[in-house]
Design a protein around this ligand. Structure first.
Ligand code: DSN
Length: 428
């Protein structure tokens, strides 16, 4: 990065600081991960210069022969990885993927159902401050207050009563298996579509360590940068080949794959980010290697090992444990807020995020919980022993969030632990 260093030292130093932060602290935000050097190289290259509106071999610009190769490979590999008949790799993000999926299946003003944000859903699943809540009439479904698990009976009752156009499943903070088959039954009973947003669990799904949504959902959306460990971006998949979808200003009906593509471009996006698409192709190739299954299995084993330490120390976990890559710690019984816990852990070199727990009395900026995930540390090569040690460190810090000396001493231990699991080289 010598050119950047001499031209723009401020940005160079910020990037260097971020490399140092990622390398020397314990990254436990459940939605984050560390990409490989191959993915980083594919992202930082000249395809960022190229306009390529349209799709491979059907572009509105000349000179697309190389980006066509990258996008073609990305589509082919995404389909192979998930066993899907159609893949669109152009969404710039998970939110964009959801927007295109929603507009494929519903009209503005229609009723839709998604998991309540405060119960672990995502902003785009119907929050009032998001396009989803502003363009559609949203009926949120919730978690069962006794079990902390999705209340499928309530989902069915609400769906019968409100007749939504679709139900979206998937979550940002849900530590258990999502029963896509059960949601399909509900959708079939009331005659609506099912969108599965697998952003958090895409890596687990891709290797069969979480039930596959494709047989049960009309459209599957995802991000590519969480458990899937690719560049920041979105993805849409479907196995539905037929259908008749009318699009504005288009005289003839389209099939499901055609409608999805048309709602991504030109419906909601312009030029695709071909450098990111090239990096998605590389990440999908990595995910198709046999080792990727071992990685995903280790993510889950690590989450279980960490959860066990927290439970033994008397912490309350929403649902009492985890089946996937993350856990939600309810700190209310300890008289702690998520905000205070996040801050204390950050001072000790452990990055997590405050998170609402079911029926949380606190505001979203304070919360009663924290969300902890294992994908990023598993990428570094950490296993159950390290998770148990980190669990003990978390307990120690949360026992007294005011003790700054304790946090400072722990930060040194964290730095030493990180140095045994090298990540990126820190630039000069
Ligand atoms: N905001 C992301 C998360 O942290 O789960 C989801 O997009």
């Amino acid at each position: 990065m010598q050119t950047l260093k001499s031209f723009d030292p401020d940005i160079y130093e910020a990037i260097k600081g971020e490399v140092r932060r990622q390398t020397e602290t314990l990254e436990m935000i459940a939605s984050e991960n560390f990409v490989s050097m191959a993915v980083l190289e594919a992202m930082g290259q000249v395809m960022t210069n190229k306009y390529a509106e349209g799709y491979p071999r059907h572009r509105y610009y000349g000179g697309c022969e190389n980006v066509d190769i990258a996008e073609g490979k990305a589509r082919f590999r995404a389909k192979k990885l998930f066993g899907a008949r159609h893949a669109n790799v152009q969404p710039h993000s998970g939110s964009q993927a959801n927007m295109a999926a929603y507009l494929t299946l519903a009209e503005v003003g229609d009723t839709i159902m998604g998991m309540h944000l405060n119960h672990g859903g995502h902003l785009t699943h119907g929050s009032g401050v998001n396009f989803s809540g502003r363009l559609f009439k949203v009926i949120p479904y919730e978690l069962n207050p006794d079990t902390g698990r999705i209340d499928y009976d309530q989902m069915l009752r609400l769906a019968r009563e409100h007749k939504p156009k679709f139900i979206i499943t998937g979550a940002s903070a849900y530590p258990r298996i999502i029963e896509f088959d059960r949601v399909r039954e509900i959708c079939d009973e009331v005659g609506c579509y099912h969108i599965a947003d697998i952003a958090h669990i895409a890596g687990l799904v891709s290797v069969g360590l979480h039930p596959d949504p494709l047989p049960y959902a009309d459209i599957v959306t995802s991000t590519t940068h969480k458990t899937l460990r690719g560049p920041r971006g979105g993805l849409i998949l479907t196995n539905v080949e037929g259908g008749e979808f009318m699009l504005p200003n288009m005289p003839k009906p389209k099939t499901m794959p055609e409608a999805i593509d048309a709602w991504v471009f030109p419906g909601t996006q312009g030029g695709p980010l071909e450098h990111v698409i090239a990096a998605k192709a590389v990440a999908f190739r990595e995910a198709l290697q046999p080792e990727f299954r071992d990685y995903q299995a280790q993510i889950i084993a690590n989450a279980k090992a960490l959860a066990e330490v927290l439970l033994k120390a008397g912490f309350k976990l929403v649902t009492g444990g985890t089946d996937n890559h993350m856990m939600l710690v309810d700190l209310a019984p300890r008289g702690l807020t998520g905000k205070a816990a996040e801050k204390a852990l950050e001072s000790a070199g452990i990055t997590v995020n405050k998170n609402m727990v079911p029926n949380d009395p606190q505001r979203p900026f304070v919360t009663s919980g924290i969300r902890i995930g294992t994908p990023a540390l598993t990428t570094r090569g950490m296993k159950e022993d390290e998770m148990r040690r980190i669990g003990r460190i978390i307990v120690h810090i949360l026992e007294d969030v005011e003790d700054e000396e304790r946090q400072k001493r722990t930060r040194e231990q964290v730095r030493e632990l990180c140095s045994r699991f090298p990540l990126y080289e820190i630039p000069d």
